[in-house]
Design a protein around this ligand. Structure first.
Ligand SMILES: NC(=O)c1ccc[n+]([C@@H]2O[C@H](COP(=O)([O-])OP(=O)(O)OC[C@H]3O[C@@H](n4cnc5c(N)ncnc54)[C@H](O)[C@@H]3O)[C@@H](O)[C@H]2O)c1
Length: 256
């Protein structure tokens, strides 16, 4: 018996990294999972590997959100879990960030999450055995504090943090919970790409970064996958509007 048997879940940006880890944990514990991603090659391959259903989807597009939720409803007759995970990272000083770049990051990271909450709540209110569900939004430790180069990224993740609380308080009476996850430094393709871009300096940067983390290592995708599973399951039934920090102690205090 799985921890979320017969539950129906959508995970956005599930092709790789933290989203893939979430899909892996949810399918392993009995959920039927729709893995959505704008990258259809990797998305379809990951879905088939993990026993999920792939759906091509750009989180910025409201028509595509409506189609995704309607198709999920038509196929499974319910929606219990929504993981708004798709996101991009950029780093640029505020005085060098173009308006176009700022809007691009907010469009994917914050507007995409808003559209997911909007259409997810609508579906969860109609669940056949009564309204209810769990929405899990991927913010970041940079949704809790500033970061050099983070004008666009931290704005988007701070927005996700408060959007989560609003969705939680508006929908608590419908038994729809909404929580945010705040990962620290996680070794996913997103971070690996940045380290590779640093060339020969990459390993030294990684070692320095990890030496400053209280638990002594960067996070693995499964560290977030386990938190997604907890928030998706009834084990977290009394938790809503919360900020779940998964950062190896990064934001606990100064390391000296
Ligand atoms: N990796 C970290 O250290 C870290 C830390 C804090 C927060 N996060 C957040 O966690 C989430 C996942 O991060 P990750 O490291 O797994 O990233 P990743 O780059 O490895 O994966 C992101 C996925 O999102 C998809 N995606 C991007 N734009 C999309 C769009 N418009 N529509 C649909 N799908 C789209 C990509 O194709 C990709 O599969 C992001 O929201 C990220 O901001 C990551």
């Amino acid at each position: 018996m799985g921890r979320i048997d017969r539950k129906v879940a959508i995970v956005t940006g599930g092709a790789q990294g933290l989203g893939e880890a979430a899909v892996k944990r949810l399918t392993a514990e009995g959920a039927q999972v729709i893995l959505s991603d704008s990258n259809s090659e990797t998305g379809a391959a990951t879905a088939s590997k993990l026993g999920a259903k792939y759906y091509e989807h750009d989180v910025r597009n409201e028509d595509q959100w409506e189609a995704l939720v309607t198709d999920t409803w038509d196929t499974f007759g319910r929606l219990d879990i929504l993981v708004n995970n798709a996101g991009i990272f950029t780093s640029c000083p505020v005085d060098e960030t173009s308006l176009e770049e700022f809007r691009h990051v907010l469009d994917i990271n914050l507007t995409g999450c808003f559209l997911g909450c909007k259409h997810g709540v609508r579906a969860m209110k109609k669940n056949p055995d009564g309204a209810g569900g769990s929405i899990i939004n991927l913010s970041s430790v940079t949704g809790l504090r500033g970061q050099i180069g983070g004008a666009a990224y931290t704005s988007s993740k701070g927005g996700v943090r408060l959007l989560t609380k609003t969705v939680a308080i508006e929908n608590a009476a419908h038994q729809i919970r909404c929580n945010s996850i705040h990962p620290g430094t996680m070794l996913t393709p997103m971070l690996q790409g940045l380290l590779e871009a640093a060339g020969d300096q990459g390993p030294a940067i990684q070692a320095r970064m990890e030496s400053q983390l209280p638990l002594g290592r960067a996070g693995e995708a499964r560290d977030v996958g386990d938190m997604v599973l907890f928030l998706a399951s009834s084990e977290s039934r009394y938790i809503t509007g919360a900020e779940m920090v998964v950062d190896g102690g990064m934001t606990v205090g100064l390391p000296f």
